[in-house]
Design a protein around this ligand. Structure first.
Ligand SMILES: O=C(NC/C=C/[C@H]1O[C@@H](n2cnc3c(NCCO)ncnc32)[C@H](O)[C@@H]1O)c1cc(-c2ccc(F)cc2)cc(O)c1O
Ligand SMILES: [Mg+2]
Length: 214
């Protein structure tokens, strides 16, 4: 049967990228998505904004909601200091299998824990199962109607502390209106918008950075 797009994306990584070189993995995926097939990775333009937020924060404990093929997982993990840990949640087994191989090709397995399952099932188990007290940085890039419920769930589970940064992809396209309204009006967040473009296109999109105030 015909291969899937994530399988073709992985092949492009294995063909073009150098094992153990995260930047070459990122470039290979961007090249594939620009010149062969569009895919819903955060991409290079929004990815540079993601890089600057992560580099400025230097987080020890990172959570990513929605791994897909692992593009943003590799982008974030390559910038983490030694000893820092990224937990990424992905409930589609086929995508998780591709992402594991992308992460391995980048040589970043030691910093990343890919957990196969739904965010709403795993967020409540972060403390007892992973020994996580609170997260320093959370990247939201899963189903858009799940950003708000999962953010409230992280609050309720005590996983956010004063200064935790949430960075949300796609706040314009496809859009996350309920989440935006919440973080921009809640007294518990200081929120700011980073205008950019939908990955590999000229359409507007952006990232919303929201600092939890406790
Ligand atoms: O839809 C988009 N992203 C969704 C990502 C889903 C990934 O995350 C996984 N996932 C979803 N919910 C959960 C969950 N928990 C929640 C459910 O239980 N727990 C764990 N994993 C979860 C999926 O299995 C996928 O791997 C998108 C679209 C466009 C787009 C823009 C313009 C267009 F024209 C077309 C498309 C651009 C983007 O950058 C986008 O991110
Ligand atoms: Mg996205």
């Amino acid at each position: 049967t015909r291969s899937t797009r994530p399988q073709r994306l992985l092949k492009a990584v294995q063909k073009r990228a150098t094992r153990g070189d995260p930047q070459s993995v990122i470039s290979a995926i961007d090249h594939f998505c620009r010149h062969s097939e569009w895919a819903m990775n955060v991409g290079d333009e929004k990815g540079s904004i993601l890089d600057s937020v992560v580099s400025e924060l230097n987080p020890e404990k990172v959570l990513e909601l929605g791994t897909y093929c692992g593009y943003s997982t590799v982008r974030i993990a390559r910038l983490l200091p030694p000893g820092a840990r990224l937990i990424t949640l992905e409930f589609n087994a086929d995508y998780a299998a591709i992402a594991r191989q992308v992460i391995s090709w980048a040589g970043l397995e030691d910093k990343i824990q890919l957990v196969e399952g739904a965010s709403e099932d795993w967020i409540p188990r972060m403390k007892e199962h992973f020994g996580i007290e609170t997260f320093d940085f959370v990247f939201l890039d899963h189903w858009k109607d799940r950003y708000l419920p999962d953010t409230k769930l992280m609050e309720d589970c005590g996983l956010l502390r004063k200064g935790t940064v949430l960075l949300a992809d796609n706040v314009i396209c496809p859009g996350v209106p309920d989440y935006l309204e919440y973080v921009r009006n809640s007294l518990s967040y200081k929120s700011s918008y980073f205008k950019s473009h939908l990955e590999y296109t000229k359409a507007e999109d952006g990232l919303e950075k929201s600092v939890f105030l406790g």
